[in-house]
Design a protein around this ligand. Structure first.
Ligand code: PHE
Length: 345
């Protein structure tokens, strides 16, 4: 009996220290101390068959073994618990020196990028940045700009005419940003420096250089003694600021009913370098900046006295400029929503 106990103590110790995790340890505990058929209990039950002296002696030894084993179990438990925490920590380890995963950012349409840049340039020159309605009245889009109802100049711009809400009310999708000229003068008077970037619409078939929807940036500068010299100076500052390089320009006379004299400022085609391509229609030049001195009738429509004030106006082809700046050879990409295109900016 005594030997049995000592033998049991030895194997139990070995088994306890051999456990590798808490579950194994728990199983060992049940094996030896389990209430019903734990090895130790079974052994103790057989004490009743012994003589009183032997019972006392073996009983004491049994108790001692029990206490010893309980201690071993507790010790092993602490060891295994520590290991368990350590391995959890090891698995959850964070390398705080790793660079963070950057959140996915969208990007701006190249038109917006260039528009923002232009606004900054003009703000630095003291211009206000204005907005105007895309659904415009016939009056602001044409009449106030010296283009009366049956004037052939209306044919210069293919127009989306929209039925107004009231009878005889005429609306158009603005064909240019020029209606903002008169709106601005009526609102702010003279002297005045303002630009108005925005979307414009033309009823025309689309190809690589034409779209029904594109962007312009209108500009006006009105004060006493404003001349063509001021116009040229501002245009040069603008082109240098946005293209960040010297480009060849040329001025041609151009007809627009709301300016007199009127010009077309062309720039050397940046897509082909001037040798001729589909964007510049093989001419080597791209019409970029129609401009001129504001017509007295237009100033008057804006309640400004043409005897006292003069001004210049320009209508920058924002979409064209974007194409030139980034070398985009198909205008239709800009409004396509094609992510393969847009992600490049
Ligand atoms: N609004 C004209 C167009 O879209 C451009 C323009 C603006 C011309 C201002 C002269 C002055 O064709």
């Amino acid at each position: 009996m005594k030997n049995n106990l000592l033998q049991l103590r030895e194997t139990a110790r070995q088994e306890i220290s051999a456990t590798k995790n808490l579950t194994e340890l728990e199983n060992i505990q049940i094996k030896y101390f389990g209430r019903k058929d734990g090895v130790l209990n079974v052994l103790l039950k057989s004490l009743k068959d012994l003589s009183p002296e032997a019972k006392k002696e073996v009983g004491q030894l049994a108790n001692q073994v029990k206490v010893e084993l309980e201690e071993s179990l507790a010790k092993q438990k602490t060891i295994l618990e520590k290991e368990d925490i350590a391995s959890t920590l090891e698995q959850d380890r964070i390398d705080v020196t790793l660079p963070a995963i950057a959140p996915k950012k969208g990007s701006l349409n190249p038109t917006t990028l260039v528009q923002n840049e232009l606004e900054d340039i003009f703000k630095s020159l003291g211009f206000m940045v204005l907005d105007g309605p895309e659904l415009e009245s016939d009056y602001y889009n044409f009449e106030a700009l010296n283009i009366p109802e049956h004037h052939p100049a209306r044919d210069m711009q293919d127009t989306f005419y929209i039925k107004g809400l009231a009878k005889n009310e005429k609306r158009v999708l603005r064909t240019h940003t020029s209606p903002v000229q008169v709106r601005a003068m009526q609102k702010y008077g003279a002297p005045l420096r303002a630009v108005a970037p925005g979307r414009v619409f033309r009823y025309e078939a689309s190809d690589v250089s034409h779209d029904h929807t594109f962007y312009q940036l209108e500009g006006i500068m009105i004060d006493e003694n404003i001349s063509i010299t001021n116009l040229i100076a501002v245009m040069k500052t603008l082109l240098r600021g946005i293209l960040k390089r010297d480009v060849k320009v040329r001025l041609r006379p151009g007809f627009f009913p709301f300016v007199e004299p009127g010009f077309e400022l062309d720039i050397n085609c940046l897509i082909c370098g001037g040798t001729g391509c589909s964007v510049c229609k093989q001419s080597g030049w791209v019409e970029l900046l129609p401009c001129g001195m504001m017509h007295p009738s237009v100033l008057r429509a804006g309640n400004i006295d043409p005897e006292k004030y003069s001004g210049f106006a320009f209508g920058l082809g924002l979409t064209r400029l974007v194409m030139m700046k980034y070398g985009i050879d198909d205008i239709r990409l800009l409004n396509s929503g094609d992510l393969r295109f847009l992600k490049q900016f």
